[in-house]
Design a protein around this ligand. Sequence first.
Ligand code: ADP
Length: 162
Amino acid sequence: MKIGLYPGSFDPFTSGHLDILLRASHMFDRLYAAVLINISKQPFFTADERILQIEAAAASLNLKNITVGSFSGLLINYAKEINAGFIVRGLRAMTDFEYEIQIDAMNRKLAPEIETVYLMAKPEYSFLSSSVVKEVGYFGGSIEGLVPEVNKNLIAERLIRR
Ligand code: ADP
């Protein structure tokens, strides 16, 4: 069975993330989307909120082979735990590339048997990030199209400055 792992902060889960999830779901028998719990970085959305966002978005596209979870510590250890042979990452600008090339080298050293595959962001999502969503939402701007429709209202309400 071909198992893929799509890790990220997903704070929040955006339309760009969903596009990668959808495209990667066709490449594997089972695809895990995993929320990184980073103890040194304070996220806006709790891990549970982010998991629910991914589950709702996957269900809205009727994706049946997705499992959503969370992990802390080394990505490679989590990949081994769930028997993933592949890690999936999305690539937007050159800055993503520079970051990913370092991580790739380290992961390859730690676990040469696990291959990372990179999917190019669609042009319409190549300037979309979780930070942009947070900034627009905080100041009350419309996040229509920036996050999966099914999560839009919940995310907007959580973000808006009170
Ligand atoms: P991380 O902190 O791991 O980079 P993110 O939540 O920012 O987590 O992103 C998770 C993955 O999704 C990364 O591979 C990132 O490059 C990719 N990604 C983020 N935004 C987009 C987008 N708009 N289109 C395609 N891929 C994206």
